[in-house]
Unconditional design. Structure first.
Length: 269
């Protein structure tokens, strides 16, 4: 009986020792994790923020747009929220955000907007000139985009009457630019919202309002660009109205008939 009692006591003591070991290991792991979170996986300064892919946006601009305050822990950063914040604040087309643990860094991948056309807009201070990207966003143009260093030249496509509300239809028209070729020289938004294109082959093309029919109108315009010149037999086109894409209206320039040569009056030399 005494031996059994001693064995039970030994097993109980062994369980207590194992429990204490587990508690000590857990406390040590928790302490180590706390130190890593506070010191190891934290950003102490701007040099731990990597900005990759952009030639226009600096590290300081990224930090300011992301509203980062150092020091901060990596795990406190939410990549999705940072991505949305940077995309809204910076002149970029795409944003990617990654947390890197070893060594602790924040990586921000940016794709710059590329100017595809010159642009004009009316502001309270008067006429403002700039550029637009392929998504219709307004951009401030520097010298590198106005004919220098292989940028846009003064003969490039011009967008007139730009407004924030016209970004989506403008992007839709710009997407068709390659199909229309170099014939498209101007996109104009009238005060009523009507879209007017100026082309070298077809003259002035009125696309109508930026509504659900815009895609259909652009398809008709592409067809006319390919098929109309042979059918009009060289007669110059003045205007095309595609407000109703099922019934395009063409205005041809009427050339006055050539004047008949004068005949000498009888009895004159």
């Amino acid at each position: 009986m005494e031996r059994r009692r001693q064995l039970r006591l030994q097993r109980r003591n062994e369980r207590l020792r194992n429990l204490w070991r587990l508690l000590l290991l857990s406390a040590g792991a928790a302490g180590l994790g706390y130190v890593l979170l506070r010191q190891g996986w934290s950003l102490q300064g701007p040099e731990q923020v990597l900005v990759i892919g952009s030639k226009q946006v600096s590290r300081e601009e990224v930090i300011r747009a992301a509203q980062l305050r150092f020091p901060l822990t990596l795990l406190s950063l939410q990549p999705r929220q940072l991505k949305e914040r940077l995309a809204a604040a910076l002149p970029v087309e795409q944003v990617g955000v990654q947390r890197l643990m070893l060594p602790p860094r924040l990586r921000v991948d940016l794709v710059d907007r590329q100017a595809v056309a010159m642009a004009e807009r009316r502001t309270p201070g008067g006429l403002n000139r700039g550029c637009v990207d392929r998504l219709g966003n307004w951009m401030n143009c520097g010298p590198q985009l106005t004919g220098q260093s292989g940028g846009l030249s003064p003969s490039s496509l011009l967008v007139r009457g730009w407004q924030p509300a016209y970004r989506a239809p403008l992007a839709q028209v710009l997407a068709q630019r390659e199909r229309l070729g170099e014939n498209l020289s101007q996109i104009r938004f009238e005060p009523t919202g009507t879209i007017v294109l100026l082309t070298r082959n077809l003259g002035e093309v009125r696309l109508g309002p930026p509504d659900g029919q815009l895609t259909r109108r652009l398809e008709v315009l592409e067809h006319l660009e390919a098929e109309l010149p042979p059918r009009v037999k060289g007669k110059p086109v003045n205007t095309i109205d595609l407000s109703d894409p099922d019934r395009p209206e063409l205005g041809l320039t009427v050339r006055p008939p050539a004047a008949a040569p004068r005949r000498p009056l009888p009895g004159t030399n």
